[in-house]
Design a protein around this ligand. Structure first.
Ligand SMILES: NC(=O)c1ccc[n+]([C@@H]2O[C@H](COP(=O)([O-])OP(=O)(O)OC[C@H]3O[C@@H](n4cnc5c(N)ncnc54)[C@H](OP(=O)(O)O)[C@@H]3O)[C@@H](O)[C@H]2O)c1
Length: 222
């Protein structure tokens, strides 16, 4: 988990407050966060004013082979109603969805009740609707930009190129993968090629319906 420590120090001569932000990667689970915060605040560094925890969740639906679409232009019109409900619930709880331009176009509208952030290298995208933010850069730069705007929980919702960039950059904290009981006639995988192994910890498995659509929640071990 990425953790931003904000230090407040006071200049001896002027008494003015100086602020420093240090980024750390900490592997903690939710219930430990408040403990860690109080330990850091009270004991280790007396000058720490604030600890900000970031959650960057990948949210996706796949078939049993890990296929996310038949091809790059194919919309996600094959997932179950229960997954759609789950997706809406988790992304609304988070409040912010981040996606690639192709996924945004395939959805064909903004996702209501959520901040819509779209990644594109183009200055403008020619669509009848506009996202809240059109961004470009590395995953670290984009997460940092959104954190500075005050967002500490975000859902990366696709597609393959964006999922792969965020995973490779080490910017994800959690994976929520819905697996539909089907084998799709397609070839777009959840992730592109990886150069390193990555270890995960299973947090929860939910059965979403009677045909056996399941959602698995993994935490990424750093
Ligand atoms: N099953 C699921 O849950 C799921 C979820 C989402 C998407 N999908 C499917 O995935 C497919 C689309 O995936 P995709 O990999 O082809 O496209 P994508 O990741 O949705 O979008 C790729 C585009 O994002 C922009 N982009 C990517 N990295 C960027 C960066 N670092 N900085 C700035 N812009 C960046 C570029 O836009 P520009 O070309 O404008 O520069 C790039 O062409 C669709 O078929 C969709 O239905 C499935």
């Amino acid at each position: 988990m990425e953790c931003h420590l904000v230090f407040y120090m006071f200049s001896k001569s002027t008494g003015k407050r100086l602020q420093m932000c240090v980024k750390m990667y900490v592997n903690v689970c939710d219930r430990m966060q408040s403990d860690l915060q109080s330990v850091l605040t009270k004991r280790t560094y007396r000058m720490i004013g604030e600890v900000i925890f970031l959650r960057v969740r990948l949210v996706v639906v796949t078939d049993i082979r890990g296929i996310i679409a038949r091809n790059e232009n194919d919309p996600v019109n094959w997932s179950s109603a229960e997954d759609k409900r789950f997706f809406k619930q988790i992304t609304t709880e988070s409040g912010l969805v981040l996606m690639g331009r192709r996924t945004y176009e395939s959805i064909g509208r903004n996702l209501s009740g959520r901040i819509n952030v779209v990644m594109s290298r183009q200055k403008e995208i020619n669509l009848p609707y506009r996202p809240n933010y059109l961004v470009s850069g590395t995953p670290q730069e984009i997460v940092s930009f959104l954190r500075d705007k005050g967002y500490t929980d975000m859902c990366v919702i696709g597609g393959q190129s964006v999922f792969t960039e965020f995973l490779k950059a080490g910017s994800l904290t959690d994976l929520y993968i819905t697996i539909e009981p089907m084998i799709m006639a397609g070839n777009l995988n959840l992730f592109g090629e990886m150069s390193n192994d990555l270890h995960l910890k299973l947090e929860r498995v939910l059965k979403l319906n009677d045909v056996g659509t399941i959602n698995v929640h993994y935490r990424i071990l750093q």
